[in-house]
Design a protein around this ligand. Structure first.
Ligand code: SAH
Length: 487
């Protein structure tokens, strides 16, 4: 257990596991000049929060990662591992406590691993996320004077997630649903996750009870017996309606009509009951086949003026309230007048492109996954955007081809996965010379690295707007505006 809620570990009674117990080893104070080995105890002053939510301090100029420690705290820690450039250590005792420390509101915080920052007050989380962005640009782009705007947080940083995907299991003679503890196949029972929309908790819990009554058992990998693998729920923000999908290991769902009847009676907010079959051993959650057992085929959802119609497997942003704020920052950055050609690279289901389409001459989206492109086209039709086109392909292949053919986008938006943009794409962006480049990123490190390349190819960094899409976790999303130097 990491000691995130600040209770000191009882070191006298409980030696730490592993060969090197700390008993008898000296406690090093910072800069004592001795070489530190695993098993040693050190005193560290925590300077900042790292990308995984851990506290980061320095010991003899070496970075020390201490899970559960907060900036400003002085902690006693037990060295777990030393590498050439860093070490990891386990929190033993907090000698000086941060005023930003709080008791994690969720009792499963330490076990679950889904959230990393519940031991920090929300204003402190927001400051830490700004620091994460600053630190990334210092480290990877050598920029110290960053045009960083204050992060946009949530008024209520709880109950924001619109989708829950929970594994089913059998524990202590009970049907449980939860997440696997990080790095293991041990299921942590989560019956009331506070970052999920309350309707999702209610539906999951009732469905579990109904399944139990009907003797429909969770599938167990070990014995290959049972039925239900995963319970997926998604709530529409506007409508409050819930789309429920039961994923089974078996091709059939026993007592189907009774199940439907009871769910309809007890959970009036459920608008769809779907059944997906996954009889494979892959780590993928969904199988290929989804059937609607009862109700609407798709869940209607809205983001600002845009309308979406989501099938059970369709991708949708997990925090709609903050997504609107992020996309508004993108719209401000794009500063469209109605004459522009906009390229939306890594467009997913087309939401950013469609957000911009009313102010643009033409929008072209590029996305790798064909199903997402189909959804993007459907979303364009639903929102009446007839100036938006979506194309399946690799952004790093298609954009260079277009540029070679003389296509000159006025604005390029990129929203790549955590690994950042492909080098070939950065090269094509430099060659395309758009007046504005809007970079949406969920990873400050790759954002900073890519910005360094872009700054060398004629762009200037105008501003960075961080948005807190996932309160209580260490994730931070940024919308960055780069403009051409010669503009
Ligand atoms: N902009 C979208 C989602 C971005 S997520 C939104 O706001 O909803 C990143 C997307 O990039 C994913 O849909 C992924 O499938 C896609 N992708 C990953 N590599 C890609 C590549 N090389 N070329 C084009 N799309 C890619």
């Amino acid at each position: 257990m990491n000691n995130r809620n600040g209770k000191p570990f009882n070191t006298a009674k409980k030696p730490y596991p592993g060969k090197n117990t700390s008993a008898g080893r000296p406690v090093h104070a910072a800069g004592s000049g001795e070489d530190v080995k695993s098993g040693d105890r050190i005193i560290v002053t925590i300077k900042r929060i790292g990308i995984n939510g851990e506290g980061v301090g320095y010991y003899k100029k070496k970075a020390v990662f201490v899970d559960g420690a907060l900036p400003g705290e002085v902690v006693k820690a037990h060295v777990l591992k030393t590498e050439t450039s860093y070490m990891t250590a386990k929190l033993i005792e907090i000698e000086k406590r941060s005023p930003d420390r709080q008791k994690p509101p969720c009792s499963l915080f330490e076990e679950c691993g889904g959230c990393q920052l519940q031991h920090m007050t929300y204003p402190a989380q927001l400051r830490a996320k700004e620091e994460l962005v600053r630190e990334a640009f210092q480290r990877y782009a050598r920029i110290t004077e960053l045009p960083l705007r204050p992060i946009i947080g949530m008024e209520n940083p709880w109950g924001y997630r619109n989708k829950a995907q929970l594994q089913a299991g059998w524990q202590r003679e009970q049907f449980v649903t939860g997440l696997y503890a990080s790095g293991s196949r041990r299921l942590v029972d989560i019956s009331g996750c506070p970052i999920q929309h309350p309707a999702l908790n209610e539906v999951t819990n009732k469905v579990k009870a109904i399944l139990t009554e009907l003797n429909i058992m969770p599938y167990q990998e070990r014995t290959r017996k049972g039925t239900v693998r995963t319970i997926v729920t998604r709530v529409g923000k506007q409508s409050g309606q819930v789309q429920l999908t039961l994923i089974t290991a078996t091709p059939w769902l026993p007592s189907q009509s009774k199940l439907i009847e009871r769910i309809r009676k007890q959970l009036p907010m459920v608008a769809t009951i779907a059944h997906n079959v996954n009889d494979t051993d892959t780590p993928l959650v969904f199988g290929d086949e989804t059937r609607i057992l009862w109700g609407d085929e798709r869940l209607d959802e809205q983001l600002g003026e845009l309308r979406f119609s989501l099938s059970p497997r369709a991708f949708f942003q997990l925090n709609p309230e903050q997504t609107v704020k992020l996309y508004d920052a993108v719209r401000e950055a794009a500063a469209l007048s109605g004459k522009e050609l906009v390229v939306d690279a890594y467009c997913g289901t087309g939401t950013i492109g469609l957000w911009l389409a009313p102010q643009a001459r033409e929008v072209r989206g590029i996305e790798l996954i064909p199903e997402a492109v189909e959804d993007a086209r459907r979303n364009a039709r639903l929102s009446g955007a007839n100036n938006a086109e979506f194309i399946v392909g690799h952004a790093e292949k298609l954009l260079p081809e277009w540029v070679n053919r003389g296509v000159r986008p006025d604005v390029i938006v990129v929203d790549p996965p955590r690994t950042g943009c492909d080098r070939a794409l950065l090269g094509a962006i430099a060659a395309a010379r758009p007046a504005r480049l809007v970079y949406v990123s969920c990873n400050p490190s790759t954002l900073a690295k890519d910005c360094q390349v872009l700054l060398q190819s004629g762009f200037r960094l105008e501003w960075i707007q961080p948005v807190d899409m996932f309160p209580q976790t260490s994730h931070v999303e940024c919308c960055t505006l780069l403009v051409r130097e010669d503009n």
